[in-house]
Ligand binder design. Structure first.
Ligand SMILES: Nc1ncnc2c1ncn2[C@@H]1O[C@H](COP(=O)(O)OP(=O)(O)OP(=O)(O)O)[C@@H](O)[C@H]1O
Ligand SMILES: C[C@@](O)(CCOP(=O)(O)OP(=O)(O)O)CC(=O)O
Length: 390
């Protein structure tokens, strides 16, 4: 039997309504629904090739060129669930090749820093699950696959779709209704842009899982967030996306970032993810919004100090022009080289101490809303050896 292989690419997603809290930590079942924007794979993507062969000794994962363990319970849950689906398929159709029990080799590369607060685990698990599902020719839609990716990392379930995505928390104990659904495809609102300001590429001090558990256990505000704040915000944000109402979308996004960091601060002992640079970025964005009398940009921060700024293409000059004034000297502006931004002088730049405000950002990534996982022809794995192609 020939070695069979497939290659896919998968995107990063950045939540605008945050997942923070688990009701089941083994199944990664959340305490609230969440919403995200999938970012373009032109700028940030995971590429994963997978292959099975009776000649391989065991399952193996090569990440960014190095062999990594595949033994974590999260990785094992994903592999077991995918194999179970393939076994069912083989049982239903005895003419199919019996490949479910053959060892798998997974070769994956992220074209951006891994484990550095840029959601590599989301793109990584989405790519792994989508590629193996394609290799096994499983007849599962993206929502079904999202339930498997969710067990790898909660936020990974949202990377199964492009555009604007909701993770419906569900209520069942077995998690069968906790899945991602698409609110709207990229084409619905293609003018959404994102500027990522990389403040730190270091591993986060408090990993998400531990941080969430501490918050669930100790924060008094948390109960109010999940029962009162998020359910209403979830409906309002979906409405704003469908209506392409950036002003409302931006306000809800910033408020939800604030709310998430507030419950982190309210945890005991407190968890601090934003640093002084993050706070200065908030100040710049709120000042631009005040100066223009509308929300031209929205900030959001995950479990680390990096900022993601959402804006609409039509406001690029205002938003990027302002960010360029502060952070124009760091890498990441190449795609705008030669462009001079015309920022209408409504923005009181002199309010800011340029020397203080321009510090702390090491790189910018300029991107936009993008598509979900995609099959691609070029393999990054040598199917004869199962090793990364050099
Ligand atoms: N391409 C990939 N394929 C498979 N697993 C991956 C891939 N990329 C990352 N991972 C897994 O995700 C882990 C990193 O997750 P972690 O949550 O620490 O960082 P992150 O997702 O980049 O950051 P954050 O969650 O703060 O945005 C890696 O150690 C690896 O186990
Ligand atoms: C702040 C967040 O980015 C938290 C993401 O948490 P993870 O998905 O990384 O957590 P695990 O399920 O434990 O893997 C918010 C979000 O993406 O919704």
């Amino acid at each position: 039997m020939a070695n069979k292989y497939v290659t896919v690419t998968a995107p990063v997603n950045i939540a605008t309504l945050k997942y923070w809290g688990k009701r089941d930590r083994f199944l990664n079942l959340p305490t609230n629904s969440s919403i995200s924007v999938t970012l373009s794979q032109d700028d940030l993507k995971t590429t994963t090739s997978v292959c099975y062969s009776k000649n391989f000794e065991s399952d193996a994962l090569y990440l960014n060129g190095n062999e990594e363990s595949l033994s974590s319970p999260r990785q094992q849950s994903c592999l077991k669930l995918l194999r179970k689906c393939r076994i069912e398929k083989e049982e239903q159709d005895p003419s199919l090749d019996k490949i479910a029990s053959l060892p798998l080799h997974i070769v994956s590369v992220n074209n951006f820093p891994t484990a550095a607060g840029l959601a590599s685990s989301a793109a990584g698990y989405a790519a792994m699950v989508y590629s193996i599902a394609k290799l096994y020719q499983l007849d599962l839609d993206r929502s079904e696959l999202s339930k498997i990716a969710r067990q790898g990392s909660g936020s990974a379930c949202r990377s199964l779709y492009g555009g604007f995505v909701a993770w419906e928390m569900g209520s069942l104990d077995n998690g069968s209704d906790s899945k991602a659904v698409q609110i709207a495809p990229r084409a619905h609102w293609p003018g959404i842009r994102a500027a990522i300001l990389v403040v730190s590429a270091a591993k986060k001090e408090v990993p998400s899982t531990g941080g969430m558990q501490l918050t669930v256990k100790t924060s008094d505000l948390f109960d109010y967030r999940v029962k009162q704040v998020v359910p209403a915000r979830y409906e309002e944000m979906k409405k704003a996306i469908l209506a392409k109402d950036f002003g409302v979308f931006a306000e809800l996004t910033m408020k939800d970032s604030n709310s998430f960091h507030a419950v982190c601060l309210d945890s005991y002992p407190p968890i601090f993810y934003m640093n002084d640079t993050s706070k200065r970025i908030v100040k710049v964005i709120t000042t631009i919004n005040e100066a223009y009398g509308r929300n031209v940009a929205a900030y959001t921060f995950d479990a680390g100090p990096n900022a993601v700024i959402y804006y609409e293409e039509k406001d690029e000059d205002i938003v990027l022009g302002t960010l360029h004034e502060f952070f124009g000297s760091v890498p990441g502006w190449a795609k705008k080289s030669g462009k001079s931004f015309s920022v209408p002088r409504k923005f009181p730049i002199e309010k800011f101490d340029h020397d203080v405000f321009s510090k702390g950002v090491s790189r910018v990534i300029l991107t936009s809303v993008g598509e979900g996982p995609t099959l691609v022809p070029e393999s990054i794995l040598n199917p004869d050896t199962g090793l990364p192609k050099l």
